[in-house]
Design a protein around this ligand. Sequence first.
Ligand code: MN
Length: 425
Amino acid sequence: MSSTQLDHKTYAKRLDTPVELAVKKEWASAGNLLQRLASTEDVETLHVPELAGAIFCGHLVADLDSIAGAIGAAALYGGTPARASDINSETEFALEYWGYDVSKIQLVDDILAPGAAVCLVDFQQTTQLNPAIKENQIVGVIDHHALQSSTIVTNRPIYVDIRPWGSMSTIIAHSFVVYGKALPKEVAGLLLCAILSDTLNLRSPTTTAWDRKVVSLLVQYTGVSDVNQLCAMQFKAKSKNLAMLSAYALVSGDLKQFKMGDDQVKVAFAVIETTDSAAMLARVGEIVPEMRVVRSELGVKMLFVAIVDIVELQSHVVIAGNKERSLASAAGWGGTDFPLSPRVIQLAGSATTNLVALPPGKVSRKADFIPPLSDVFAKGWRVPMTSSNSSCMLALLGETEVVMEEEAPAERPPMLVRRQSSKVY
Ligand SMILES: [Mn+2]
């Protein structure tokens, strides 16, 4: 970890990436806010009786924001951080960089006593809840996602802090400041990395003014001397393992489930965020059959995978079958306005028919991918019942191409590594 004394002048020389611009622009006001933090010797936590001693746990398919958020919230409110599933390569990088002992955040299944109080962080949808947690154990929610149709239901009032910001970790860092609590340096570093992760280095459309201000504050507080370098290292860690992962693991690696429309249709949406989208686009032919496997394992009606180029801020959605194609078309995806580029066609080869390009800058599941699909359901769209029906629908939509839905392969190639926890997704 690099920790040197920083001044505004050092920053004036940096490359003007969105992160550096935010750090510079917010330097003075964030610096003022910093004065409100208590000294790190003062260990008094924020007194919220409902949350004191609770287990703070994020969503299934844990990401950096849900891990850092749990650690930060547990430090702020006085409780125990937990994780809902395995730690990914980006989270591993951040924990190591800030010297946070990974054994301090255990699987919630392993530490949850019956009747223990749980505060959900970074989600509130039952579709993303670790099954070990029962809804009547939930005493709080700290989150930054939409209240969709699978929002938890509770018998009594709970503590809720939901703000439409780019990252749950921004909310936690901001609370440390406004309540004047002591923020341990390694926790501050993790929160910083999580904000950068969720906002794609403050470039995602989900980024808000508070995310920029809090990033500036945390950069100053932790003494990161080159935040661009930190961003680059973290992006690399995010993409590092992708090349080594099986197509199955790529599909189930960052997947969230949703229920859409009056019929509560189960839709899974996975994202593969990468700095090397070419490598992923070249594997679409391999990814499509695994999407059908995961779809049937999860028991969801539809499953989408978005390959998100986090450098170019450009996404391609992989279409695994007729139902998905029909819904995607209804959402306006794959129209003639944004055709696949010749390079993408070359990379995807015969799987080109399973790909649609989204308009540039559409990179966020929360802001760009899920809302257009939900809107289609809200307008009364129904899942095509059979493949012949869907062919008719495609014909009505003017689609010339019909991709036949294939059954999941009966026998799996032996080299595929399957994640142990895949069942719970
Ligand atoms: Mn988040």
